[in-house]
Structures are given as C-alpha cells and as structure tokens.
Design a protein around this ligand. Structure first.
Ligand code: ZN
Length: 681
C-alpha cells in the first residue's frame, strides 16, 4: 500500500528562502547561529515558558526527551546501511586528529563530518544526493592508522572488514541517491536507503503489498510502516522494528524512558497514549499502532504532547516505510487562539471551496489545531525540522477520528530572528513595494499559510467511492502537498479571513502570494546543484503551482497576471494582477482535487512532470550567482537545549533544568553518539 498520496504534512515550507525578509530590526551580531558549513547553517532555539510548566510536566518532558533521543541511531541506519560505521570511523578521526588543522584535507574532512551529522548519514537531507568528500581515501587511511592503538584496532577493523565502506564514502557511482524519485527506473534498486534488503525490486514490493491489501477492509493498517523488507532464500520477509526484532536495542531504551514518562502523565488519557505506544513497540503489530494513534488524537487536554515512532514515509520512494522521528512539545496557549478560529470554521471553508460538489466533504470532522513550543527535536526532525505537522497519517483514522495539526512557533521564531536583515528580499523582489509588504506581513502570513495548509488543506475534499487511495502512486506525495498548498493560497486572499480577524487587512495576503510565486519560480532553486532536477515533494509542489500559474497567465493574453520581468539584466517575478492570480489558484485547486478524488494518475503525472520537475539551467545559474553574493545558507537546522534532572539527597526529583549554549554543534553530535549510541555496527 502506498501512502504518499495520503501522507500528511511535515516540513511544509522549511522557511529559509521565504522567511528571510521579514524583520530588519535585528542586532548586528547574530546570536542564533551556532555553526556554518557547506550549504548549512545551524541555529539554536529557545523554549519559552518551559520554566512555567509544573514539576510533573517538566519531569514528563524530561523522560519523553530521553525517549526521543534514544531513537537517533535507528534513523541513521534506515537512511543507509553504511551510515553508522561511517559515523563511527569519522568521529574517531575527528576526535583524535593531531595534525595541522589548516591542512585542506582536514578542512574538507571536517566539513564532511558536519555534513553527515546534519543529514543523519552520507546523503544530503534534502536533495538526497550522496556527499562527495573533498579529502582523499589515502588521507583517511593514514588518519585511521594513526589512531591510538586500542581505538585504532577497532576502527581499522570496521574500516577494512565492512565490505564496500570505502566505496560508500568515495565512489560517486555507487549509492548516489538516497531516495530515487526518477521516472521510469526501478525506484527500489536505485535508492541507497536501507528500507529494503539487497536485490529486492520495485515490482516485488508492489506485488507483495498488493497481495496483503484487502480493498474491502475499511480500517487498513499502514502496511510496511515499521519493517524492512528483505529476501531470504528467495522469499520476501518483513523484519519488524520492535522489541526483540530489528533495532531492538534502541527500541528497548525508548520503551524504558516512555515507561518512566508514563509515571508523570498529566491525566489518564495521556497515560493511555504512552501505554499504547509501549505496547506497539513491544508487539510491532500495526493494529496496535492504529490503536495508539486513535488515543493520541483524542488526547486534547494535556499541555505536553509528543511524537515518537516510525512516522513519515518520504524517505521510501514507494512511501511505505516510516522514518524514525521524535519530538516533544507543549502547547503555546496564546498563539493557539489563531488556529482555533480557523479550525472552528473548517466547514465553511469546505463548503466554499472551488471544487466539484461530488469531491466535497459533507461533514468535515475533527480538525484540531494548536501552536506548540518544541522542547526537543530528534530522529528525522533533527537537526532539520518541520515547522508544521499534521498527524496521524492513516487515512481512515483521520476520517473517523480526526487529526492533530500543529505549527511550531519557537522554531519559526528562531528562523526569522536568524534571517533578519540578510538582504534576500532586496535582491530578489521586484520593487520596494514587495520588500516593504514582506517586512510588514510575511511572518504573519506565513503562519496563516501553514495553518490553512495543515489544519484544513490536507483534510479537505473526498475520494469518489471505489477510488484507490494509492492511485497516484509515486506522484501522490507531490500532488497532495500541492493540493494543501493551493488550498491555503486560495483562501489566504478570502475576505472571510479578515472578517474572522485572522488576517490583519485585505492587502496582507499579497505578501504571501508574492513569496510563494517567487519561491516556486526562482528562489527555491538555491537548494539544488546545477544539472539536478527537482526531487523533493515540497519543492516539486511549489514549482508545479508556480509554473502552472505562469503558463495559465500567459494563455489568457494581454498583460499577464504573473510574469518574469528583467531589470538591470536580472530576472524577477512580477505580479500584475493579484485578483486574477487568485482565480487561477481556484482553478488549479479544482483540478488537483479532481485528480485526487478520481485517482487520475495520468493527469497527475502530467502536471508534475510538466511543471514540477525540470529546471531552467540559465535561470538556475543566475539565481545561484545572485544568492551566493548574499552568503546565506539555503538550509538551516537546530541544536537542542539540554535538560537535567535536579535531585535532592534521597534522589527525589526537585526540578528539571534547561540549559542553553553549553555545547557547540560538534559537541552535541559527539555527545549524542556517545550517550545514545544504541545500535551495534
Ligand atoms: Zn503538507
């Protein structure tokens, strides 16, 4: 069963490019930035109001953060089977290097180390391409041989006894892409991730799950979510991630900490949630995961909440297997008021959506939304993190029980603070009008876009009876993100939002329209290297929307509502008619909903391949050159604060301390490897 087309959310905007022009009142020295290398900037974030939690809540947060951190190695291994041994080798060299730190070989090695830490493996977290080390194999071998004896033996043994490890690091022709989304090849055989065993083909995977699927089952589990599919004696077998199964050592530590956390649950429902999750980690039964998810959706009263498990399936080209992820958070009550207004009006938005009546939900169910403060980021949410999340991913659970949608305010606040005054808007926006509008409204409008996308967009519309929810196959994920985004864009300009007091005025949405078009047509290209296509679902979706709209505007004749324009030899995006633009968005929303509701694979593929994949090399080169001058990192991520239990003489917990700034990015990574290194190599 493919879940990409029904998989919700996570990482919707990854704000970097569009958040960069919001505030101009930042201090000269940027205290939010903790490291900078390659295309990455590492930031810190704050956890406002942690001190205001009571001791029970703080202790609960503490044990949940421990449970989150213990899953780290699982994700590393899921991303590629060489990741853990390579990390081990590289960290040993990194910690024991005695040579000249100005040596270009060392510099290149240091960058590689930081890159793989950030990506949780040897492939870029966003582009999926394998990192190319700037140091030589000879240099690395020399360093391994120079390691202290006791350590050197072990590391050297891994280095030389692990077949293929040197190729994994140095040979650019093997394992070159983590998650392959290219059209027309075997996506499983050509992907370097570790979700499938050696030699398993796409056809075999599809046949295997087609057989398990029962179209009459109204409450299907998410097949394949928590296992690796391998071939043993020519037969396919699922190796389940569970206590006593694959990744047992890490999962046992997660369970141990969840059980401690349960003792500090705020209420019975929350305790039930934790108990159900533990039960699932022990059984590995996906029915237990569904039971847990249902209880999790129902837990609306607790202040503290968390995600811990195999959740999003973007990393599997077939969208089946869940990457391990952890996040602990608590409710930001003041900011939640905004999302509550939007959720409370969900039915109005559904009723007024410009889609065919047959595709409309008669009753919109259980859209709950809140703004949260993240307390820890882990697994697939660390260091690169989403700013909005909507779970669970199970389609029938969403329909029957609803979902929880969150936006993470302390993370977006940190992005914005770090990006203030970087000159991005001045460089890429058509005129001062757009720049000023962005400064005034972009942060606000971005948050509303996230709310609309997450709280309403994904949950809107319905499939026609008998349509296979997986009909859009590998295009499902991109099309689903596009549908949620275009829903948000369409409504952002609706007077209803001003009437509800959600939008400050009837002009503010223009900041959002301009940024979305500029980003989709041009500036998101800063995230990919020359010659590459767009691969990632959210990038494809943004390009799809922007290029479809550009095309549509051209076809209308006269002055187009949206166009590329030149000034001083530079390319800009120009919006001439915002009302028209909104009309086009309405048309595209209608079409994307039709494709989903009817399961029209050909039309979906055509949209994605025509508008969402290809890159104009000339424009790309121009954007990269202009961007380079600004010296901004296109990707950002975060280090976590530390939490410490304060105990009295008899060991009773007195307080939980939150500590910022006690460690650098490498120090945190090395500590996590040391303290939470659960899995054998
Ligand atoms: Zn989404």
């Amino acid at each position: 069963m493919k879940l990409r087309n029904i998989v919700m959310a996570s990482a919707i905007l990854l704000t970097t490019a569009c958040n960069s022009d919001k505030q101009n009142n930042a201090p000269e020295t940027n205290t939010w930035s903790v490291d900078r290398f390659a295309d990455i900037e590492v930031l810190r974030y704050e956890v406002p109001a942690f001190e205001q939690l009571n001791l029970q809540q703080k202790t609960l947060v503490y044990y949940l953060t421990e449970a989150a951190l213990w899953g780290r190695d699982i994700l590393w291994d899921q991303n590629c089977r060489y990741n853990l041994p390579i990390r081990h080798i590289c960290e040993s060299v990194y910690q024991h290097y005695q040579g000249d730190k100005n040596d270009p070989q060392w510099k290149a090695f240091e960058q590689y180390m930081k890159q793989i830490w950030f990506a949780n493996g040897i492939h870029h977290h966003y582009s999926n391409a394998k990192f190319q080390p700037g140091f030589t194999q000879e240099w690395l071998e020399e360093q391994l041989n120079a390691l202290p004896d006791n350590l050197g033996m072990g590391v050297a043994m891994i280095g030389f006894s692990y077949p293929g490890i040197e190729e994994a690091i140095f040979d650019s022709t093997v394992l070159h892409i983590k998650t392959n989304q290219a059209d027309g090849v075997d996506l499983i055989l050509t992907s370097a991730n570790n979700y499938y065993g050696e030699g398993v083909t796409q056809k075999e995977v599809e046949d295997y799950y087609a057989k398990l699927k029962n179209p009459k089952d109204l409450t299907p589990v998410m097949f394949g979510l928590n296992s690796k599919l391998v071939k043993e004696d020519g037969k396919l077998v699922e190796k389940t991630y569970k206590v006593g199964g694959l990744y047992s050592a890490a999962i046992e530590k997660i369970v141990e900490n969840l059980e401690k956390a349960a003792e500090y649950a705020e209420n019975d429902q929350q305790k039930k949630v934790i108990d159900e999750l533990v039960k699932y980690y022990r059984s590995g039964d996906l029915k237990d995961f569904d039971a847990y998810s249902i209880e999790w959706v129902k837990d609306l009263q607790s202040k503290v909440d968390f995600i811990n498990g195999f959740i999003e399936s973007y990393g599997d080209p077939l969208g089946l297997r869940g990457a391990w992820e952890g996040m602990v958070n608590f409710k930001d009550s003041a900011n939640t008021a905004r999302t509550e207004i939007i959720s409370a009006n969900a039915q109005w938005f559904e009723d007024h959506s410009p889609i065919d009546d047959r595709f409309r939900k008669p009753v919109v169910k259980g859209v709950t939304a809140k703004v949260i403060t993240a307390a820890i980021l882990a697994g697939d949410s660390y260091p690169s993190t989403p700013i909005g999340i909507n779970l669970p991913n199970s389609n029938w659970i969403r329909a029957a029980h609803g979902s929880k949608s969150v936006s993470i305010d302390n993370i977006t606040a940190a992005y914005d603070a770090a990006a203030a005054g970087n000159g991005f808007g001045e460089e890429f926006m058509w005129s001062d009008e757009e720049v000023q509008r962005a400064k005034q409204f972009a942060h606000y409008v971005d948050n509303i876009h996230t709310d609309l996308h997450e709280c309403l967009g994904h949950g809107s519309g319905q499939l026609l009876p008998g349509v296979d929810p997986d009909a859009l196959k590998a295009y499902g994920s991109t099309l689903e993100e596009a549908r949620a985004d275009i829903f948000a864009l369409y409504y952002m300009a609706d007077p209803k939002l001003v009437e509800l007091g959600v939008m400050p005025n009837a002009e503010a949405y223009k900041a959002g329209y301009y940024q979305q078009m500029m980003n989709g047509l041009m500036t998101q290209l800063v995230r990919i290297v020359p010659g590459e296509n767009l691969e990632e679902a959210h990038m494809r979706n943004r390009a799809l929307i922007a290029y479809w709209t550009l095309d549509r505007a051209q076809k209308d004749g006269g002055t187009p509502a949206l166009e590329f324009a030149k000034k001083d030899g530079k390319t800009y995006v120009r919006i001439n008619d915002y009302d028209k633009l909104r009309q086009y968005f309405g048309e595209l929303l209608g079409e994307l909903q039709r494709i989903k509701s009817e399961g029209d694979f050909e039309a979906g593929r055509n949209l994605v391949e025509t508008y969402g994949v290809k890159v104009d090399p000339e424009l790309h080169a121009e954007v990269l050159a202009r961007y380079k001058k600004l010296n901004i990192a296109p990707y950002k991520g975060f280090i976590n604060p530390r939490y410490e239990l304060v105990k009295d003489a008899d060991g009773t917990i007195q307080d939980v301390k939150i500590i910022y700034g006690s460690e650098t990015y490498p120090e945190q990574m090395l500590r996590y490897g040391r303290e939470y290194g659960a899995l054998d190599l």
